[in-house]
Design a protein around this ligand. Structure first.
Ligand code: FEO
Length: 394
């Protein structure tokens, strides 16, 4: 296999997972990669490993370059198992290597794999001299685990931030300028929305902090997807926009239906919003993919959610959706709720309560109809769409 070079003596040695479609619930329609990097200098460092089932890919890539026992350091930027579960096997081949991790990383490595490794901990600002090159570390707690850390390679100015700036995208190319830009940004947005949206405020602060530390990367090499070499500022700026949930004049209508009443309401609301020139995405929960729905919400200014009532409660798919989205806590959205029922009702009340408890701004009044929406009910739905479109236009 031809070697992938980021710079002289810095290699990509990771693995491509073409076939994964369910990454702990995240729909990875285009697969993913587990990126690891090998840096050759007076001392040799491996930055991150891969998912266990791809251990042989990593070892084969390393063996194409050097003998694994020559590796002096294995930097573990993040202990989630897609990056660290190869560590026990890889360490058997890299028997002379010291493991480098943040203090929380050390704790997590021991909790996952036992305490047989020699681990040295590093903090923000610590440096590890390899020879001509130096690794500088920046702790990045909760981006997205407590152990998370970035490694900055000097003097090349290559940032290896692990999960941050990644994309679940399996390709035979390794760099941003080699892939379709639209696909790349779509996957980067999906990744941000589903993995990092909860941590928006931390991301803004971390980008400021790394700037103050003098970290000004000319290349960003994440642990998933392609490496940003043509214009790393593009993904950094996109993260700054996403971290504040910068929205378009766009409304996401997320709903489910049993016998079509909530569907009719959703379509009437959509027509009302469209009549005001707003972009509308109509997303039925059993027709659209949850991972994609969350990506649509990322740049929507309003989210209108509808459910039929089943057993005095919201329909189960709505419970699934609301549990996920209230956990991700998208910022600065207008939320509105509607639905239908046969006798007792309860779905709209339950959804509104769940949203309010999560601190979401809920538009009043909500709309709930009995059995089949009348022409008058549908007019109210149309007006709701118009009203929310007007609200987000200001
Ligand atoms: Fe790609 Fe948090 O693991």
């Amino acid at each position: 296999m031809s070697k992938v070079t980021l710079a002289d003596n810095i290699y990509w040695v990771g693995a491509v997972d073409w076939n994964i479609r369910d990454f702990h619930g995240y729909t990875t329609r285009r697969g993913t990669t587990y990126n690891a990097y090998l840096i050759l200098d007076d001392k040799i460092a491996l930055i991150d490993t891969v998912r266990h089932k791809f251990s042989n890919d990593l070892l084969r890539n390393v063996c194409d370059i050097i003998s694994p026992e020559k590796v002096d350091y294995i930097v573990v930027n993040h202990v989630e198992m897609d990056h660290s579960s190869a560590l026990p096997l890889v360490k058997e081949y890299m028997k002379n290597a010291t493991v480098i991790a943040s203090p929380r990383g050390k704790e997590a490595i021991i909790q996952h794999y036992g305490d047989s490794f020699h681990i040295e901990t590093v903090k923000t600002g610590d440096q590890l001299k390899l020879g001509k090159r130096t690794l500088q570390f920046v702790e990045a707690p909760m981006l997205h685990w407590p152990d998370s850390m970035f490694t900055y390679v000097l003097p090349d100015k290559i940032l290896m931030p692990n999960d941050a700036f990644g994309q679940h995208l399996a390709t035979s190319q390794r760099f941003d300028d080699e892939v379709d830009e639209h696909v790349l940004m779509e996957e980067a947005a999906k990744y941000y929305a589903n993995i990092l949206m909860l941590f928006g405020s931390l991301i803004t602060r971390k980008i400021e902090e790394v700037g103050q530390l003098g970290v000004a990367p000319v290349m960003i090499a994440p642990s998933h997807g392609v490496i940003w070499r043509s214009n790393p500022a593009k993904i950094v700026n996109a993260y700054l926009d996403w971290s504040v949930c910068k929205a378009k004049r766009k409304i996401a209508i997320v709903y489910d239906t049993m016998w079509g009443s909530t569907d009719k309401m959703a379509k009437a609301i959509a027509e009302g919003a469209i009549s005001q020139g707003v972009d509308v995405k109509l997303l039925k929960l059993r027709a659209a993919d949850l991972t994609d729905i969350v990506t649509e919400i990322l740049d929507s200014k309003a989210v209108i959610v509808g459910s039929p009532t089943l057993n005095n409660q919201m329909f189960p798919t709505l419970s699934w959706f609301l549990t996920y989205i209230t956990g991700l806590k998208p910022k600065d959205k207008v939320w509105s709720f509607f639905g239908s029922y046969g006798w007792g009702g309860g779905a709209v009340r339950g959804m509104s309560e769940m949203a309010r408890k999560s601190g979401f701004e809920v538009h009043e009044p909500t709309i709930e109809v009995k059995y089949i929406p009348t022409a008058e009910d549908l007019k109210k739905c149309f007006e709701l769409g118009k009203q929310i479109a007007a609200e987000i236009n200001v």
